[in-house]
Ligand binder design. Structure first.
Ligand code: F0G
Length: 459
């Protein structure tokens, strides 16, 4: 008999989580103005809001915390992180930042100006926010297959080379400071980009003299998909694949709260010394001196160790199979999801799930609230609230996909938790015909509104 799948770690420390009653949840979500970000964590039983900074560090990472060097300048922890980045990703220069969006802020301060265009594959919301904040435009060049959730395609994060070339050809290269490829593509459903596409994008951008940067939050999960879905790479190690991926990039930003499995941290890495110098000034202004940039020494140590653990095949296999385990349970119940399942999350197709709720009433948000009420499970909306308003017309933007993301923290929950989540969502699915209305906005911030929005239920 073939041996069944089992996690390649065991548990050394646990944290109690609390169940609640439907009555309690009804009150709490109303007090939270129907914004799941406003809930207290102890009002949530299973928290699938994000995989960002929510992973469980290993015994080795905690040991590294004790060895952190907290010197203001030239800390050994900085050099440990520098060596790990060079070793795994191949970049000579790097700047630590407190998280991913800080890396974007620093890099874009050095690269992007008003009126610029930044093509890419469905930029993440903070990336887009930092581009639009500089009165520049993020141009989405993702392949159209990404927007058909039921279509089976191994690399739905790929960039459409025709769309990219149109942007590169029809604009002066001074207006296109960089192309950003997000690996894996979070907004499209945690979907990977193939090695072939990475190479083709790089070759095309080079032809027009435009640098390519990878938004690298989940680069190791992307490498896992290359290994398991792109036949030429099946015998390569994850680290070999990662090394090759970054041959097709001039630099990267990284939210290390994902694939480096730390609770806080990020960085920018590149080979361009001039750009490194220019960005260093912004790093000093916004983050901290160049050898700590918003991170403590202990956190840099844990991050360096996390880069090694996060690029081990067995760890990635455990993680991605857990995501697929949840995805398969939902599919067995007939629940529509983005297919194939992503690396860090299962994305439920809310428009197909709740066809009666009008798009103006925030379909994916409505679904996320129903799931919370059903079982105390917190997912997150990736839909019209997150898509925000057009910065020029101020009209609501309705994205092609309304998704509810069930994001799995790394090394935190067991498959029993996944079963619970699947059954809670099935119970909502069974009563979906009775869900006809969603929410209207009571208050919203001028940018990145989804974090703080306040909603009223439409009866
Ligand atoms: N890029 C991608 C692809 C991301 O997914 C995120 C964060 C960032 C950049 C920004 O990094 O949070 O460290 O500042 N994503 C989280 C999420 C918040 O829930 O998907 P950060």
């Amino acid at each position: 008999m073939e041996l069944p799948f089992a996690e390649t770690y065991k548990i050394k420390m646990v944290e109690t989580i609390r169940k609640s009653s439907l009555e309690e949840r009804k009150n709490w979500i109303q007090e939270a103005s129907y914004n799941l970000f406003n809930l207290k964590s102890n009002q949530v039983f299973i928290d699938l809001l994000t995989d960002s900074g929510t992973g469980a560090m290993s015994d080795r990472q905690w040991s590294e915390m004790m060895l952190g060097d907290e010197s203001y300048a030239g800390a050994s922890s900085y050099y440990k992180m520098k060596d790990a980045i060079y070793d795994i990703l191949g970049f000579e220069y790097f700047l630590p930042t407190h998280q991913g969006r800080a890396a974007e802020n620093v890099l874009f301060s050095a690269m992007i100006k008003e009126g610029d265009l930044v093509p890419g594959n469905a930029h993440f919301d903070t990336t887009k926010g930092h581009i639009e904040f500089r009165k520049a435009t993020a141009v989405d060049c993702t392949i159209k297959e990404a927007y058909d959730t039921s279509l089976d395609h191994p690399f739905k994060g790929n960039i459409d080379l025709g769309k990219l070339e149109d942007v590169l050809k029809s604009n002066p290269c001074e207006r296109i400071p960089l192309v950003i490829v997000t690996v894996t593509c979070n907004t499209a459903g945690g979907q990977p980009v193939s090695m072939q596409n990475l190479k083709e994008v790089y070759d095309l951008a080079q032809k027009y003299g435009v640098p390519v940067y990878f938004d690298s939050a989940r680069f190791a999960e992307n490498a896992y998909f290359i290994k398991t879905r792109e036949s030429a790479y099946k015998d390569k190690t994850i680290r070999e694949i990662v090394k090759e991926m970054y041959q097709y990039a001039d630099g990267m930003t990284m939210s290390s709260k994902k694939d480096a499995i730390v609770n806080m941290g990020g960085f920018i890495a590149f080979n361009d010394k001039e750009l490194f110098r220019k960005a260093s000034t912004f790093n000093i202004m916004f983050e901290g001196f160049v050898t700590y940039g918003g991170m403590s020494g202990r956190d840099m140590n844990a991050l360096a160790q996390g880069l090694y653990e996060g690029t081990e095949f067995d760890y990635l296999d455990t993680r991605i199979k857990q995501v697929a385990f949840l995805g398969q349970k939902l599919t067995d119940f007939g629940i529509p999801t983005q297919f194939p399942f992503g690396g860090h999350a299962v994305f439920v197709d809310a428009k197909k799930f709740l066809p009666n709720v009008p798009k103006e009433e925030f379909v994916a948000q409505t679904l996320a609230i129903e799931l919370y009420l059903e079982g105390g499970v917190r997912g997150v909306e990736i839909g019209a609230l997150l898509a925000d308003r057009d910065p020029v017309t101020r009209e609501n933007r309705y994205p092609a996909l309304e998704l509810m993301r069930l994001t799995i923290p790394r090394r935190v929950y067991t498959n029993n938790h996944m079963e619970y989540v699947a059954v809670a969502l099935k119970n909502v699915f069974d009563r979906r015909d009775k869900i006809n209305h969603g929410f209207r906005i009571k208050w919203e911030a001028p940018i990145m509104r989804h974090f703080t929005v306040e909603l009223d239920r439409i009866e």
